[in-house]
Write a protein that binds this ligand. Structure first.
Ligand SMILES: Nc1ncnc2c1ncn2[C@@H]1O[C@H](COP(=O)(O)OP(=O)(O)O)[C@@H](O)[C@H]1O
Ligand SMILES: [Mg+2]
Length: 287
C-alpha cells in the first residue's frame, strides 16, 4: 500500500518449499473469521502483513503497512528512531493488536483488526536488544526452559538439544555458565539459541546488537549470517549497514510509520530511489 513500486526481490538462496495448506479455521480463535488474506499471498510467503495500522492514544504510528516475507529471505529493516520499526515487528509477531489490517503466518491468520492477536507460540522466534535471560538459570537451562514448559519435551532431551544449539552459536564452552558470567555478545547468542530451541519458521530480530560493544557485535552478526545461510527466514531491524549490505537479500526503509522504500539490498543501499532514504543513508554512513 505504502511501498515504493520496486519489484519484490527473489531470495537468492530460496528453496521453493511449498507452504503447507492453510490450517482449518479455528472456531475459537480470537483472530478468526472473514476471508483469510493468505489467499492473496504468493506461494512461499511465510509472513504476510497487509494494511497494518497501529494507533497509540490517537496517534497513528503504523499507516497501513504491507510486508510479505518469502521463505528463506533475509530482510533488513532500516530507518530513523521512531519510524515504527519495532511496532511493525511486534505486530508481525502477533504481539500487538492492529487497528486495521491483518497478519498471516504460514497461511494462518495471526492477527486482524478488532481482535486480540494469536501468539505464534515459538514458531516465530524473537530476539530483542535486551537479552532477558533468567539470571538464576545457566545458558543451557535458559535454552531448554521453553521446550520443556511449553512443549513438554523431556528434560534430558531438551538439555541435549540446548547444548547442541549453544554449540551452534559458538558457546560450547559456556553451556553451564550463568548470564552474569557471560559477555553481552555471549548472552545475546544464548538468546538466539533460546529462540531456535522452539524450532521457529521465522526469526525476527529487533536491533540485536544495539546494546553491544563493537567486538561483541561481530560475533552476533556472524551467528545471524550463519542462520541466514542455513535458509532461515529472517526480518531484522538493524543499524549495521555492513550486515544489511552483505547479509540481507532485501532492505526495507521505514520513516514516519510507512515503508518508504523496499527492494534488493544492493539497489536500496547503493542507489536509493527516494530522497528520504538517501538522506538517511548519507547521515548514517557519515557517522
Ligand atoms: N507502547 C507505546 N505507547 C505509545 N506510543 C508508542 C508505544 N510504542 C511505540 N510508540 C510510539 O510509536 C512510534 C514508533 O515507535 P517504534 O516502533 O518504537 O519506532 P522505532 O522502533 O522505529 O524506533 C514512536 O513515536 C513511539 O513513541
Ligand atoms: Mg525500535
Amino acid at each position: 500500500m505504502n511501498r515504493a513500486p520496486r519489484g519484490t526481490p527473489t531470495p537468492p538462496t530460496a528453496t521453493p518449499t511449498p507452504v503447507p495448506a492453510p490450517a482449518p479455521a479455528d472456531a475459537g480463535a480470537t483472530a478468526s473469521g472473514g476471508a483469510a488474506p493468505a489467499s492473496t499471498a504468493r506461494p512461499g510467503t511465510v509472513l504476510l502483513g497487509q494494511g497494518m495500522t497501529r494507533v497509540y492514544h490517537d496517534r497513528t504510528v503504523l499507516h497501513g503497512v504491507d510486508l510479505a516475507v518469502p521463505r528463506g529471505q533475509t530482510v533488513a529493516v532500516l530507518g530513523p528512531s521512531g519510524a515504527g520499526k519495532s511496532t511493525m515487528l511486534r505486530c508481525l509477531a502477533g504481539l500487538e493488536p492492529l487497528q486495521e489490517g491483518t497478519v498471516a503466518f504460514q497461511g494462518e491468520l495471526l492477527s486482524r483488526a478488532g481482535s486480540a492477536p494469536r501468539a505464534a507460540g515459538g514458531r516465530i522466534g524473537m530476539v530483542f536488544q535486551q537479552f532477558n535471560l533468567f539470571p538464576h538459570l545457566t545458558a543451557a537451562q535458559n535454552v531448554s526452559l521453553a521446550p520443556r514448559k511449553a512443549r513438554g519435551v523431556r528434560t534430558a532431551e531438551a538439555d541435549a538439544r540446548a547444548r547442541e544449539l549453544l554449540t551452534r552459536v559458538g558457546l560450547a564452552e559456556h553451556t553451564d555458565h550463568y548470564p552474569y558470567e557471560l559477555s553481552g555478545g555471549q548472552q545475546q547468542r544464548v538468546a538466539i539459541a533460546r529462540a531456535l530451541a522452539m524450532d521457529p519458521e521465522l526469526m525476527l530480530f529487533d536491533e540485536p546488537t544495539s546494546a553491544l560493544d563493537p567486538e561483541f557485535t561481530r560475533e552476533v552478526l556472524a551467528v545471524m549470517r550463519d542462520l541466514a545461510d542455513s535458509g532461515m527466514t529472517i526480518v531484522v531491524v538493524t543499524h549495521e549497514m555492513d550486515f544489511a549490505r552483505r547479509g540481507a537479500d532485501r532492505v526495507v526503509f521505514m520513516a514516519d510509520g510507512r515503508i518508504v522504500e523496499d527492494g534488493p539490498a544492493q539497489d536500496v543501499l547503493t542507489a536509493p530511489e527516494q530522497e528520504r532514504t538517501r538522506r538517511f543513508l548519507d547521515q548514517i554512513l557519515s557517522e
